[in-house]
Ligand binder design. Structure first.
Ligand code: NAI
Ligand code: MG
Length: 395
């Protein structure tokens, strides 16, 4: 096969630290690719008024596959203050470049595996009968709709008159909100389409079938959010008929967050809309090691981007040597290998990580439950690159 070109977007803060570590592991496992750097993040907002420059979109358009580190986002008012004075007052508005990427390339399927590694000191434990300690094995893959819903960006403060008038035709709006002056209204919509609801649900069922998961759970709130969650449920109920041997059920997001710590081992594949998927995937990630372990894939019809779910952790970006855990980024690179059909290489890396975690000789500060600082190295923590070295040695 011809050599792949992978677009790399380290972004801000620790994104710049962990992404090169993942490439070291990809090289070590024998994955052959050319990597091209692309600009993204805060620096480009400040300098150019655009955190996601067109040249970056062009590179991704061309090569279709990208690895992404993390970006720094700040609230609107702070964003304006940090903009280059030469650009001030010219109508530049900050938006999250990762949300922008997901929408631009219609990366509608977000996959977030939350799978515990044996021996990880961060694994969730609970009390069993007679005060025994149980460590349930979590093996959940969350399928989150990535482009619609509450993060779709269709929102207003002081909505335009036509929008307001249209809302006023809804009896619940006029009755419950009609009293409020228009300029004191903030509205964020939750729009779901049948096409993209079907795509995320199909992707989840297909994944369950391919990898032998016996249970698919829709995690929404159809009893209250009847139109959107209700549509998801109706599609699931219809589709489940095509997947014999897979049990389908649904939970409400609020109850699910409680059940997370009661019986997380009972779940397999989870489907959710954009915001609830964001919430439930962070919840499950917390049971298997948290941000240092949480990886993800954003997959569209043509383009796919792989990223750890953590952010840029600015408080650690200037530590030298770096102490952050590279595993989330490395596992995101494994998801890229899976996507490219290099499952053998991905499995080798995952096994190497499992070995390092289980042996427990090399552990990042988060795995030792230390507060992050330069001192953690004296307390036995591995640096970012030592962690990567151990994984490469275990390959
Ligand atoms: P964060 O994920 O950057 O950090 C939260 C805390 O998690 C850190 O202080 C650290 O204790 C821990 N952590 C994160 N990554 C870790 C790693 N690899 N190893 C060990 N510990 C790790 O989230 P925070 O502090 O809320 O946001 C910082 C910036 O990142 C903000 O500007 C935010 O907008 C942005 N962000 C970007 C995301 C992205 O690029 N996809 C996602 C989340 C936040
Ligand atoms: Mg999140």
């Amino acid at each position: 096969m011809s050599k792949r070109t992978i677009v790399t977007m380290p972004g801000d803060g620790i994104g710049k630290t962990v992404l090169p570590e993942a490439i070291r592991v990809l090289d070590a496992v024998g994955f052959e690719a050319d990597y091209v750097h692309a600009d993204i993040g805060w620096e480009f907002w400040c300098k150019e008024g655009n955190p996601l420059p067109q040249r970056t979109l062009d590179l991704i358009e061309k090569h279709k596959i990208a690895l992404f580190g993390a970006i720094t986002s700040k609230p609107k008012s702070e964003a304006v203050k940090e903009l280059d004075p030469a650009l001030a007052g010219k109508g530049y508005v900050y938006y999250s470049p990762i949300v922008g990427l997901r929408q631009h390339f219609m990366l509608d399927i977000c996959q977030r595996p939350c799978i515990s590694f044996k021996g990880n000191p961060l694994n969730f434990i609970r009390k069993g009968p007679n005060d025994t300690i149980e460590e349930p094995e979590v093996n959940v893959v969350v399928f989150r709709q990535n482009t619609e819903g509450l993060y779709g960006g269709v929102e207003w403060t002081d909505p335009p008159q036509q929008v307001y008038d249209a809302f006023m035709t809804h009896p619940k709006f006029s009755k419950n909100f009609g009293w409020c002056p228009k300029d004191e209204l903030a509205i964020s919509t939750r729009i779901f389409t049948k096409k993209y609801s079907e795509r995320i649900i199909r992707a989840a069922f297909e994944y369950a079938k391919k990898f032998g998961y016996k249970r698919v759970t829709l995690c929404e709130k159809p009893n209250v959010i009847r139109e959107t969650s209700g549509m998801m449920l109706a599609i699931c109920r219809n589709m489940t008929k095509e997947y014999e041997g897979i049990h389908f059920d649904y939970t409400n997001i609020d109850a699910q967050m409680m059940w997370l710590t009661k019986d997380p081992e009972k779940y397999g594949v989870i489907i959710a809309g954009n915001m609830f998927g964001d919430i439930v995937s962070d919840g499950f990630a917390g049971l298997v090691g948290g941000l240092g372990f949480a990886c993800s894939a954003n997959i569209g019809e043509e383009v796919a981007i792989f990223e750890p779910t953590h952010g840029s952790a600015p408080k650690y970006e200037n530590l030298n040597p770096s102490i952050v855990n590279p595993i989330a980024m490395i596992m995101s690179a494994c998801m890229m290998l899976d996507y490219l059909g290099e499952v053998g290489k991905a499995d080798r890396i995952r096994k190497a990580i499992a070995k390092v975690v289980e042996e427990g000789k090399v552990r990042a500060y988060d795995m030792l439950k230390l507060r992050g600082s330069q001192e953690v190295m004296q307390q036995g923590a591995a640096s970012t690159s030592e962690m990567t070295d151990a994984i490469i040695a275990a390959l």
